[in-house]
Design a protein around this ligand. Structure first.
Ligand code: PEP
Length: 261
């Protein structure tokens, strides 16, 4: 009973990671179509994470709705001589509620370390921007039986300097790297196993109550044909969606597939 109460208290998050797609004009068109079909639903919160240059177009087009906007990354300082970087304060004052941190593409192409991600998480939280922290193993790591070791290490790095109050504001996204943009999805059982592991790690570090409330999203080729069964798992609290979030119809269908508990 208590478990059920906690589970339903975790409102799902359906977040779109647009990566380097959609300029400001395309963003306005997308967000206007989204707002035309969107109906607020207690089952889920929708979030769109456009490229930096499209954030203000999204914020403007979604004003007055409860669809949130997030950044896809941020710098590790509030301001300064960091050519090309955007600070979490700038995201916040541009209207963002969330920021994706530690995405595997940032780790892979921009050499982001666990330690750097930890610094960004801490700074974002200190300013009031809510991190969506991505964790996930590569295929060779899974095949070598190292999924928990890798995800555990990433967890510890990301939350190294975070206290319980900060942790309670975070969202985690489990994204197996081998499933991102590949069309290969983790089965609901595979995903649930790692989500359970992450919840356990959260309990050991921050206590049972925080662990039962933290939202853990799944990401990796989620689409309308597989979202229903993934979102039905007890420890999967939403999706971080790349490719399928670029189309209003599939993004909304994924959200609508969230179970009624
Ligand atoms: C992502 O980029 O976070 C992602 C999950 O991408 P896709 O849904 O395209 O696999």
């Amino acid at each position: 009973m208590e478990d059920q109460r906690r589970m339903s208290a975790r409102r799902k998050i359906i977040a779109g990671n647009w990566k380097m797609f959609k300029d400001a004009r395309e963003t306005s068109i997308f967000c206007e179509s989204l707002r035309a079909v969107y109906k607020p639903d207690p089952r889920f919160e929708m979030v769109v994470c456009p490229p930096f240059t499209s954030i203000s177009a999204a914020v403007y087009a979604l004003a007055g709705t409860d669809i949130a906007v997030g950044g896809q990354n941020c710098g590790w300082e509030t301001e300064g001589a960091f050519t090309g970087e955007v600070s979490p304060r700038m995201l916040l004052t541009s209207g963002c509620k969330y920021v994706i941190l530690g995405h595997s593409e940032r780790r892979q192409y921009f050499s982001e370390s666990d330690q750097l991600i930890g610094k960004k998480v801490q700074l974002a939280l200190s300013l009031g921007l809510l991190p969506i922290v991505c964790l996930g193993e590569k295929i060779d790591e899974r095949e070598a039986g190292k999924t928990e070791e890798v995800v555990g290490r990433q967890f510890d790095g990301a939350f190294h300097s975070v206290d319980r109050t900060g942790f309670d504001k975070c969202v985690i996204a489990y994204e197996p790297v081998w499933a991102i943009g590949t069309g290969k999805t983790a089965t609901p059982e595979m995903a649930e196993e790692v989500h359970r592991f992450i919840r356990g790690r959260s309990a050991s570090r921050f206590g049972a109550e925080s662990a039962s409330e933290i939202r853990i999203l799944y990401g990796g080729s989620m689409k309308p044909t597989n979202s229903g069964e993934l979102l039905a798992e007890a420890d999967i609290d939403g999706g971080l969606i790349g490719g399928a979030s670029l189309d209003v119809g599939s993004f909304v269908e994924i959200a609508a597939s969230a179970p009624r508990r």
